[in-house]
Design a protein around this ligand. Structure first.
Ligand SMILES: Cc1cc2nc3c(=O)[nH]c(=O)nc-3n(C[C@H](O)[C@H](O)[C@H](O)COP(=O)(O)OP(=O)(O)OC[C@H]3O[C@@H](n4cnc5c(N)ncnc54)[C@H](O)[C@@H]3O)c2cc1C
Length: 295
């Protein structure tokens, strides 16, 4: 059973539900990043947990006024969405809540405008006030869409990500308790994509600029090279790594094998994979055919 996302659905007991939303405004943050602000009548119930809060974004196909999503909010939504015609169902992508505000209820999402022809990047580059989307997001702040969870006993944190992870890194830095020692690496496309990031942590932030190199390619092993060359603090570390999946895998391998990080003290997420669109990644995850971690 499917419906165009035209109505505000009642809240349910499950921690995630669909929210109809529309673009309020857009703002260029740099040559390759755009901030899109969403609002919607039900958005008061959206309860972002901060840090790297992820959610699913559903976009309409060309010619559709709004994305078509399953009616059910509960655990069954994914099975229902998969059964729908791919040419009709909303285009599903993963994004991070950069900031949530109340009165008016608004959510900022920062989009990396990559040039590989992905529908989400294309949509973001052309988004205008009034454009309709659907968000599948949390209704409780303590939800499974927040992955940054340093165990007790952590002495310092290591954070590494590219521009797709920059919104999450910003949320994590904003959340970290005052004085937390943090070593942070962020890779962006252009120098003008660097941002002022608020934090009360004792954070040392290293910005790395690709300047035209393909992200995730050997030519842009900037993150790995810089982390490899850095003397890390002593004490018990916790690492959070996100961005291009191949780079994330190499970084995790380096930290576990060469730096002696406990595997369970490394939270790692491939946010995208070079040459693979998100539909393929979802199908790999469902069928268990994706690349296996060897650590
Ligand atoms: C939990 C999570 C949170 C995320 N949060 C954000 C966020 O806040 N902001 C954000 O911008 N992205 C974020 N991403 C990444 C985003 O979902 C992917 O980049 C997604 O593939 C973009 O969809 P698309 O339709 O533009 O491209 P797809 O149709 O998925 O891919 C098309 C092609 O583009 C390539 N590609 C995808 N992304 C990039 C990229 N960034 N640079 C270069 N090539 C790329 C793919 O390899 C593929 O070849 C997040 C991902 C996850 C899993």
């Amino acid at each position: 059973m499917t419906t165009a996302a035209t109505t505000t659905r009642p809240s349910t007991a499950v921690p995630f539900r669909f929210f109809d939303a529309h673009v309020v405004r857009t703002r260029a943050l740099g040559p390759s990043m755009s901030r899109i602000t969403f609002s919607g009548t039900g958005l008061g119930d959206f309860a972002a947990g901060g840090r790297d809060q992820r959610f699913k974004l559903f976009l309409p196909h060309p010619g559709q006024p709004a994305p078509v999503v399953p009616v059910e909010d509960g655990d069954g939504w994914f099975a229902s969405w998969r059964k729908m015609d791919p040419a009709v169902r909303g285009i599903m992508r993963s994004y991070t809540v950069r900031e949530q505000r109340r009165e008016p209820d608004e959510i900022d999402v920062d989009f990396a405008l990559h040039h590989d022809g992905g529908p989400a990047a294309r949509w973001a580059a052309r988004a205008e006030s009034g454009d309709r989307v659907t968000l599948l997001g949390p209704v409780v702040e303590d939800n499974g869409g927040v992955d940054f969870r340093p165990p007790s006993g952590t002495d310092w944190v290591l954070i590494s990500g590219d521009e797709t992870a920059l919104p999450a890194v910003a949320g994590i830095l904003d959340w970290l308790p005052a004085g937390t020692p943090a070593k942070v690496w962020i890779e962006v496309q252009h120098a003008e994509d660097m941002q002022e990031l608020h934090t009360e942590a004792d954070a040392e932030i290293t910005w790395l600029v690709r300047d035209g190199a393909t992200p995730g390619s050997p030519r842009s092993a900037l993150l790995l090279d810089d982390v490899r060359a850095t003397q890390l603090p002593s004490g018990t570390p916790y690492a959070w790594i996100a961005g291009e999946a191949g780079t994330v895998k190499e970084m995790r391998r380096h930290l576990v094998r060469e730096r002696g990080f406990e595997r369970k003290a490394v939270t790692f997420t491939g946010y995208w994979r070079l040459g693979t669109c998100e539909e393929q990644l979802v199908e790999e995850a469902v069928s268990g055919t994706g690349p296996k971690s060897d650590d």
